[in-house]
Design a protein around this ligand. Structure first.
Ligand code: NAD
Length: 326
């Protein structure tokens, strides 16, 4: 069978695939256009794609032989899963292996914004540091503060648990109760407006979907404390970026740490000019160990799916239900 991989991924994943299939990989170090992607899936049985690929209905219907789509990410807002299900194509993701790594990046951003690390580094490098000063570059304490988690799933939970050393008051908002956080941290489930009003740090960990698109806009930002910090390592469009620029420019909040953007990779010029925001190039899962695990997981899913088995991390298991009832 033939598979197409939309971008070079860590070698162990490709090696695993090459043992089973004829593998072609996007030869360019860039995202393929829709036309290129549609052309590349032609004649292929399997597709290994990334979050930067828009795997829409046209791509899914581009090749009648296509039998399996394995994504190299946990979020799958870039894939038209219902079109894949309609065609009987299983889709898989890579949950769990990137949980701790992404939670670690959220903490790195939180501390960097709270203690103005990036600003301080550039201030020091450019010779502006003339000695200790009582009012120089003051930030925000973390210990004993209130931590608000929006979306206490895998990553939200790991992020919250890492607050143990800082004795924080943890509150969260989610569609479901998180008994682990309540038991281990005494965390409380609260509605979003209360979370925004009471938190010193707000970290977003919900998936991007209709219900979470622009979950944080002007109204929500205005509710937050002037000293609050907003962290987003989930997906860009969860925050209305225009409203965030306004909030940061007018100091409605202290700062923000962003790994993701509304129109990625485009970032508004106004946002780039601000000192009270730290901008990271979508590297939430970006460690050598984790990206290798993701590559292996995506490859294993593709192999199982093409063997006709239920891939271990199948998002649309109903495809198999449909197959057995047919
Ligand atoms: N920056 C990165 O590189 C990076 C890396 C990994 C994951 N992510 C993003 O993080 C997201 C979360 O990953 P995860 O593995 O923790 O997913 P998850 O499914 O384990 O957790 C998501 C949580 O959000 C909750 N939720 C869903 N809709 C909600 C709503 N409307 N209001 C409140 N809560 C809601 C769910 O109940 C669940 O508990 C992914 O979907 C992905 O987009 C980003």
């Amino acid at each position: 069978m033939k598979v197409f991989v939309t971008r070079e991924i860590p070698t162990p994943g490709l090696d695993l695939l090459r043992k089973e299939f004829t593998v072609s990989v996007n030869p360019y170090d860039r995202v393929l256009s829709k036309e290129e992607l549609m052309k590349s899936v032609q004649g292929k049985d399997g597709l290994l794609c990334l979050l930067t690929d828009q795997v829409d209905r046209d791509v899914i219907y581009a090749e009648p032989k296509l039998k399996m789509i394995a994504s190299y990410a946990v979020g799958y807002d870039n894939i038209d899963v219902s079109a894949a299900t309609e065609r009987g194509i299983p889709v898989s993701n890579t949950p769990g292996v990137l949980t701790e790594t992404t939670a670690e990046l959220a903490w790195a951003l939180l501390f960097s914004v709270a203690r103005r690390i990036v600003e301080g580094d550039s201030f020091t490098r450019t010779g502006q540091f003339k000695g200790w000063a009582p009012l120089l570059m003051l930030g925000q304490d973390v210990t004993n503060k209130t931590l608000g988690i929006i979306g206490a799933g895998r990553i939200g939970t790991a992020f919250a648990l890492k607050s143990k050393g800082f004795d924080m008051n943890v509150i969260y908002t989610d569609e479901q109760r998180n008994e682990q956080l309540e038991r281990e941290l005494g965390a409380k489930k609260v509605p979003l407006p209360k979370l925004l009003k009471e938190s010193d740090f707000v970290s977003i960990h919900v998936p991007l979907m209709k219900a979470t698109h622009h979950l944080i806009g002007e109204k929500e930002l205005r509710v937050m404390k002037k000293t609050a910090i907003l962290i987003n390592t989930a997906r860009g469009p969860i925050i209305n970026e225009k409203a965030l620029v306004k909030a940061l420019t007018e100091h409605w909040i202290f700062g923000a740490g962003l790994d993701v953007y509304e129109h990625e990779p485009k970032i508004p010029e106004e946002l780039k000019k601000l000192d009270n925001v730290i901008l990271q190039p979508h590297t939430g899962s970006g460690t050598i160990e984790t990206r290798t695990k993701m590559a292996l997981m995506a490859a294993e899913n593709l192999i199982e799916g093409l063997k006709g088995n239920i891939p271990p991390n199948c998002i649309n298991k109903e495809v198999f239900l449909k197959k057995t009832t047919e």
